[in-house]
Design a protein around this ligand. Structure first.
Ligand SMILES: [Zn+2]
Ligand SMILES: [Zn+2]
Length: 258
């Protein structure tokens, strides 16, 4: 059994840590798999233009460097920590209206995808790469931040195209998602080290990318609240992870299958 976190931001978008720092941060805590998922924003909207200007989004010019960095860190993560590093993106449609905003994680994406298309087309483009399409924070996150309800509003139509829905992205469980029959996943949406205190996904499969993506598709996963009492994030000596609550995995049969 190993812990995994599939929603993490680096300095390539709006995260505080560089990719190698993230690898050391999770590797030293014994995680078995992580995905780095930097924002890839819609570029044809006002907010998208602002994001590009603030360098808080991946762009076609930067994307090859992101992929190269991920490749070399993938090898190091394995050699040093036996941890699988998955290349991901968070396709981000940010509208002034929450009901028109949507964030979709692509786990295993290695080719550029435009976030300007409709969410159904984005999910298809992610899956065409053999990657997983994940609905990020689909309901209220209870944090003061932009909310994204578009995917949830269209969940019936989108269910066949989305591999899993975040039942937590941070320390709060989303009851509506937990009570639904949808396939689930739990992540941190980590932008800074203190956000490690969050729900995580627990896997019991081989440590390679294909097996990990398949375990999510088949919902052979469970969830765990992870607490980490390292106050000085440079010091690894005092750490603990506490099992506070566990949801039984929901086996959805063919729902999440591609
Ligand atoms: Zn997001
Ligand atoms: Zn995010």
């Amino acid at each position: 059994m190993f812990l995994a976190d599939f929603h993490i931001h680096s300095k390539f978008s709006d995260g505080q840590m560089a990719i190698p720092e993230i690898v050391d941060f999770y590797g030293s805590r014994g995680f078995g798999a992580i995905a780095i998922t930097d924002h890839l924003c819609e570029l044809n909207t006002f907010i998208g233009t602002a994001a590009r200007y603030l360098e808080s989004t991946l762009t076609p010019a930067i994307f090859p460097f992101y992929i190269e960095m991920m490749k070399s860190e993938k090898q190091r993560a394995w050699d040093q920590y036996k941890m699988i590093l998955i290349t991901g993106v968070e396709l981000s449609k940010n509208n002034i209206l929450n009901s028109r905003s949507a964030h979709i994680l692509g786990l295993g994406v290695t080719d550029w995808i435009s976030a300007d298309d409709d969410v159904a087309d984005i999910a298809r483009a992610i899956r065409a790469q053999g990657a997983l399409a994940i609905a990020a924070h689909p309901v209220s996150t209870r944090k003061i931040e932009k909310q994204t309800y578009h995917l949830w509003d269209r969940r019936e139509e989108l269910t066949p195209m989305i591999d899993a829905w975040e039942v937590a992205s941070g320390p709060f469980l989303f009851d509506e998602v937990a009570d639904s029959k949808l396939p689930l996943i739990a992540n941190s949406d980590l932008h800074r080290p203190s956000q490690i205190k969050a729900w995580k996904t627990v896997l019991d499969c081989e440590r390679h990318e294909g097996a990990i993506l398949e375990a999510i598709r088949k919902q052979k996963i469970s969830f765990k609240m992870y607490e980490d009492d390292i106050t000085n994030y440079g010091n690894n000596h005092h750490r603990r992870s506490t099992l506070l609550y566990r949801i039984s995995p929901i086996i959805t049969g063919n729902l999440g299958a591609a």
